[in-house]
Design a protein around this ligand. Structure first.
Ligand code: UDP
Length: 317
């Protein structure tokens, strides 16, 4: 997709070595941009960027964005993806998660402001917490426990949204905020702790799939290529947001486990284990705004997306 917005643009991607950051980096390079990745490799991996080793339009700066970010040369866009994003990761890295959402967002916004560049915040459906409104429209203000275990991520992203809009109102930075719902695909770490990689790892090993609680909680799952297309559309159409990006097809976790077993072609069964504190009971985006403003929806079906993802994990093992 070589569009005017990206061809020849110089773009910073924080968290470029992560799951979403690396896929977005690939899409930007394919659209003709030059990408400067910034990552401290806490949850990201150089493996996700290995295929770019001889790409002259890509460079990686190994740096923790909670410290002042220096990127020499002019910039057109700063895309701020850096953060632990799996519940297991942010429960293990609570202070880093709070710092990257607050100090990291401050530094990334400062970089955008100094360069008169645009800014995109990778926000999250977690800003809605354990929602009492279903599906969740962007106008819903959420149900988050600030001092609960997930508060470190939820509140960091809520603060990041507030800071992003403050920079827009105070300094005129052209900002975009996307609220990303559950997304899956190649390059999620096997040990990332999230449902899809966990279930795939377990099914490939012939071990029972660990479903939390009774498995009747719901999620909608977006294939990564769809998500990246939605993000590029947000930038191309200059949509400020916050805007939900995700699939509107809702499944129980039990159904996701069954779908993964079908995709792997191995049926070791399900074992029900303890459910994490504050695990949202339901989650599904109202995608009306994305459909209206972007003409976008997540088109890849779960079976097809899982098939592609499982094929990648088989190769990567
Ligand atoms: N989950 C599960 N087994 C696992 C991992 C996750 O049953 O091994 C559940 C989790 O409790 C949640 C859903 O699957 O209800 C999605 O979890 P995930 O970690 O993928 O993302 P979240 O939606 O919690 O951010």
């Amino acid at each position: 997709m070589a569009t005017e917005r990206f061809a020849g643009a110089r773009v910073v991607v924080t968290g470029a070595a992560g799951f979403l950051g690396s896929h977005l980096t690939d899409a930007l390079l394919a659209a003709g941009a030059e990408v400067v990745g910034v990552d401290n490799l806490v949850t990201g991996s150089l493996d996700n960027l290995a295929h770019l080793a001889s790409e002259p339009r890509f460079e990686l700066i190994e740096h923790d964005v909670t410290c002042h970010i220096e990127v020499p040369g002019p910039l057109d866009l700063v895309l701020h993806a850096a953060s632990p994003a799996s519940p297991v990761d942010y429960l293990q890295l609570p202070i880093q998660t709070l710092k990257v959402g607050s100090l990291g967002t401050h530094n990334a916004l400062g970089l955008a402001k100094d360069n008169r560049a645009g800014f995109l915040l990778f926000s999250t459906s977690e800003v809605y917490g354990d929602p009492e409104v279903h599906p969740q429209p962007e106008t819903y203000r959420g149900n988050v426990d600030p001092i609960g275990p997930r508060g470190v991520y939820d509140e960091a992203k809520r603060f990041a949204e507030a800071l992003t809009f403050a920079y827009h109102r105070t300094h005129g930075v052209p900002v975009h905020v996307v609220r990303i719902f559950n997304t899956y695909g190649p390059r999620m770490r096997m040990a990332d702790g999230r449902a899809v990689p966990n279930f795939i790892r377990q099914a490939l090993a012939g071990e029972p799939l660990t479903v939390h609680g009774d498995g009747e909680q719901t999620r909608s799952l977006c294939y990564v290529d769809d998500l990246v297309a939605g993000m590029l559309a947000v930038l191309e159409r200059d949509v400020r947001g916050p805007i939900n990006l995700g699939s509107s097809h809702e499944f129980t976790v039990n159904a996701v486990a069954e779908a993964v077993m079908d995709a792997v072609g191995s049926h070791p069964g399900i074992v029900h284990v303890e459910r994490p504190v504050d695990d949202p009971q339901v989650r599904c985006p109202d995608t009306g705004l994305a459909e209206r403003l972007l003409g976008w929806h997540a088109g890849t079906g779960l079976a097809e997306g899982l098939e592609r993802t499982v094929a990648w994990y088989r190769r990567a093992r």
